[in-house]
Design a protein around this ligand. Structure first.
Ligand SMILES: [Zn+2]
Length: 850
């Protein structure tokens, strides 16, 4: 339906023609389980009376349209998700009565029934263009307005929106009506409605604008697991930090944070009404990395209240700035105002590696991407928009200086509060405060795609003294830009088994080759690290001696950041087929020992699995997998009782377990025969262990049924789906495919669970039939399903376990045969193809070691 798309040009024409004053939105959530009644009354002005425009709505039906007192026939004016509004007056009042549809995809107004107690929970997710799934609206970010919601719902519910929740008024038996005060002026994509018998913990925070109420909400059945104190204290730290940094009071009347079921992303910054994924309510022991991630997510959404909500992008081409700023601001806050002082190491290990991966796909794009329409932006919530943008912003802060950056930001907020802006508006303020020309910087870093590689070239004399050190810069052939980098070079010596930094030189690297003159005449170090301290955004190579040092001493670092950088370099070489997968394995395995950085540990474990399952030569895979698994079992058994490492290592053993493995230890943990050594065999660990046993063929669907009966929760339903799909049988894969791909009634998070189990197959023949079925299904899935679901299916049901020349050929053939498929679909498929092509190169490299 072309009407569901909106082009940048259409949006520009519409905001040039009209200005929106206010919406009154009335919703009745008691009409049925499938649909709800919705009515929008919109007041707006028109700059050229007599001309016409349209308003957006996606739903079941439109009952009536009244424009300036005159009834329009819905059959005439409503088509293709748009209501045509002809002959506007200078001042207009529009009332549309319609029927909306509850969604089960995590988009629009999502309806969820809790399997634990049959209670109904609703929440909205509107970014990018889904407020029009709840009410008729001019859906584009630069048509800000006030929104007054009136909601009729079951009387025992909590009803939460952007404005403070009013006292409900009785509206019949068991039903009440909440009439919210109008919001501040905002974009429709950050309006929100959350409703259901949510449980709540309340508090307040003292701000520059006075006392602001705080609320933390989750489903009743999760309340016992909610650690609200931790969340509230982080929230308060964030309020104090951002108000001071931005020199602006918190802009909204209250701040509620809601954990919402079947949520697609980490969280969403609805004004004063932030929604979060329920993985952040910890019902079982989780890795410390997830606790750290939750804190970062909380601060990220809070930062958006100023950058994004108070000042909002004019069009979606500045989404990157919105997201990158929130990433940068939240990481800065986390490292300076909370206990997570190593936040920038985590940023390097996790966030930046995402950026590098994305930037090496054939689909990469400049940070400032052309966004022609909504379809372009929907596929752009990626590693460039979030992580590369944030890396480059970090560099911009270094380039203009922290104080000039802060002063520029303050001026920007003061000037543009409640308005819409573009990138140039921010750069203008930063140029004023820093006195630097940022147009060239912006062109080089924001308007070109791709990542450079930096490698040291070292010359030494007979005594081992360096006579010359250079940093050489290269670029991919098709993205040839070389860029200026401000970076540090570190020299490390191995003394008593410890790598100590003996030298650090900071310099500007430009062009193909840059001399590091300061190091000439110094002894060659055991390790020379380009981009020490991680100031630059670039792929880093180690010289041969340094690589050998890392290989032989991966745990000798005093600090986690250089260790993370060196290991990332070795992994990048593996991905680039410069280092055989089998040669990477011992480095990563050794680095696991005593590893206390939770995010690095998690990253290493994931890389080990990828190296074995995807990058190792197929002929060597079984043997390598056994070796790695045995080592992981040994490490898991000797890990400190109750430690983060123990939890992660046991989970990693479970993930890599396959038919034929000795599973008695895992079974012992699950059944309680094994001395558990401090391991919390809690609800989620039970699922992890059982799934491994099912995947190995040692437990069956009946065991999954028993476990599901013990855990009648939403998470339990998802874990059961995943466990069943992991069974090494054709029937299990078929059932997962039907439920996940073909059954349109399956909700978004259950689809993902089926896919995760489906993809787990060490016997390749189980997935072979799905290569053809997958490619044949793509066009229909993309056409018939919503964006979130279509993207999940296209990404997660891709049979990546078969990565090899045949899968590569099949995917390339689809791309060749479908030149006219939607751009977003082609992009997703091309990224799958790129990952397989990379795997094939790595497998070939690994096979050379046979
Ligand atoms: Zn964000």
């Amino acid at each position: 339906m072309p009407g569901t798309n909106l082009t940048r040009d259409e949006a520009a024409i519409r905001s040039d023609l009209i200005e929106v004053d206010s919406y009154k939105v009335a919703l009745d959530l008691t009409t049925s389980e499938k649909v709800f009644a919705t009515q929008s009354t919109v007041r707006f002005s028109c700059r050229r009376p007599g001309e016409g425009t349209f308003i957006d709505f996606i739903g079941e039906s439109v009952e009536s349209v009244e424009l300036n007192g005159e009834a329009l026939d819905p059959a005439q004016v409503y088509a293709d998700s748009r209501i045509t509004l002809p002959g506007l007056a200078a001042e207009n009042v529009l009332t549309v009565r319609a029927t909306g549809t509850y969604m089960h995809t995590g988009e629009g107004l999502h309806r969820f029934v809790d399997p634990a107690d049959d209670e109904v929970y609703l929440y909205t997710q509107f970014e990018v263009p889904d407020s029009r799934r709840m009410y008729p609206v001019f859906e584009q970010p630069d048509l800000k307005a006030t929104f007054a919601f009136t909601v009729t719902a079951p009387a025992h519910w909590q009803v939460i929106s952007n404005s403070p929740t009013p006292d409900p008024q009785p509206a019949g038996e068991g039903v009440a009506t909440w009439a919210f005060a109008p919001t501040e002026r905002m974009s429709s994509y950050i309006t929100a409605l959350v409703a259901g018998p949510y449980d709540v913990v309340r508090d307040s925070v003292t701000t520059r604008a006075g006392e602001v109420p705080l609320g933390i909400f989750c489903r009743r059945s999760l309340r016992e697991h909610l650690d609200a104190e931790n969340l509230l204290s982080l929230t308060k730290a964030g309020f104090a930090y951002f108000e001071s940094e931005f020199d602006q009071p918190y802009p909204f009347g209250k701040y509620d944070q809601i954990f919402a079921p079947e949520y697609n992303m980490g969280a969403m910054e609805n004004a004063g009404c932030v929604t979060f994924h329920e993985m952040y309510v910890f019902r079982s022991k989780v890795p410390d990395s997830l606790v750290e991630r939750r804190a970062l997510t909380l601060l990220h959404e809070l930062a958006h209240m100023w950058f994004g909500n108070l000042v909002t992008m004019k069009w979606w081409n500045d989404l990157w700035l919105n997201e990158s700023f929130a990433e940068w601001a939240s990481t800065t806050c986390q490292s300076e105002a909370t206990d997570w002082e190593g936040a920038w190491t985590t940023f390097s290990t996790h966030e930046k590696s995402w950026a590098y991966r994305q930037d090496q796909l054939s689909t990469t794009h400049p940070i400032v991407a052309p966004i022609r329409d909504l379809h372009d932006v929907e596929v752009n919530f990626d590693g460039i928009t979030y992580a590369k943008g944030a890396s480059v912003l970090k560099q911009l802060v270094a380039y203009v200086g922290r104080e000039a950056f802060r002063d520029g930001l303050r001026a920007y907020f003061a000037k543009h509060a409640w308005g819409n802006t573009a990138l140039a508006d921010l750069l203008t303020e930063l140029e004023t405060t820093s006195g630097r020309d940022l147009r060239t910087w912006s062109q080089q870093w924001l308007e070109t795609a791709g990542v450079n590689t930096l490698r040291p070239v070292i010359e030494t004399d007979d005594e081992g003294v360096m006579t010359a050190v250079r940093v050489e810069q290269t670029a991919p052939e098709d993205l040839p830009t070389l860029r200026p980098h401000r970076l540090a070079v570190g020299c490390y010596s191995l003394e008593d088994g410890v790598l100590r930094r003996t030298h650090r030189v900071e310099l500007d690297v430009e062009g193909e080759s840059t001399e590091v003159a300061e190091l000439a005449g110094t002894p060659r170090p055991d390790l020379l690290l380009v981009n020490d301290d991680d100031l630059a955004y670039a792929k880093i190579r180690l010289d041969e001696r340094s690589l050998a040092t890392v290989r032989d001493n991966p745990t000798a670092f005093e600090d986690s950041l250089p260790q993370s950088l060196c290991l990332a370099s070795a992994w990048d070489m593996t991905r680039d087929a410069e280092l055989a997968a089998r040669d990477y394995l011992p480095i990563a395995l050794a680095a696991l020992e005593g590893q206390e950085d939770s995010t690095l540990l998690k990253t290493l474990l994931l890389q080990l699995r990828t190296a074995v399952q995807t990058y190792a030569a197929p002929a060597a895979r079984d043997e390598l997998r056994s070796t790695v698994r045995d080592r992981l079992v040994a490490l898991a058994r000797s890990a400190a009782p109750g430690s983060d490492a123990q939890l992660q290592l046991v989970s990693a053993v479970a993930e890599i377990t396959a038919p034929g493995d000795d599973t008695s230890w895992l079974a012992g943990l699950l059944d309680g025969d094994e001395v558990r050594g401090g391991l919390a065999v809690d609800t989620d660990m039970r699922w992890t262990l059982l799934t491994a046993l099912v995947a190995a063929g040692d437990r069956t669907g009946a065991h999954v049924d028993d476990e599901a009966a013990r855990d009648r929760t939403a998470a339990g339903r998802e874990r059961a789906a995943r466990a069943r799909a992991a069974a090494p049988t054709a029937e299990a894969k078929e059932a997962a495919w039907r439920a996940g791909v073909e059954d349109a009634s399956t909700s978004n998070s259950v689809i993902d669970a089926h896919a995760l189990g489906f993809g787990r197959a060490s016997d390749e023949s189980l997935l072979t039939p799905f290569v053809q079925r997958y490619h044949e299904a793509l066009v229909g899935v993309w056409r018939d399903r919503t964006h979130a679901v279509a993207e999940s299916i296209a990404t997660l049901f891709y049979p990546m376990a078969l990565a090899g020349p045949e899968l590569l050929a099949a995917t390339q053939a689809w791309l060749d045969e479908n030149p006219d498929a939607p751009a977003g679909l082609r992009r997703t498929v091309a990224e799958n193809r790129d990952s397989v092509a990379r795997a094939v190169r790595a497998q070939d490299r690994d096979a050379q070691e046979d």
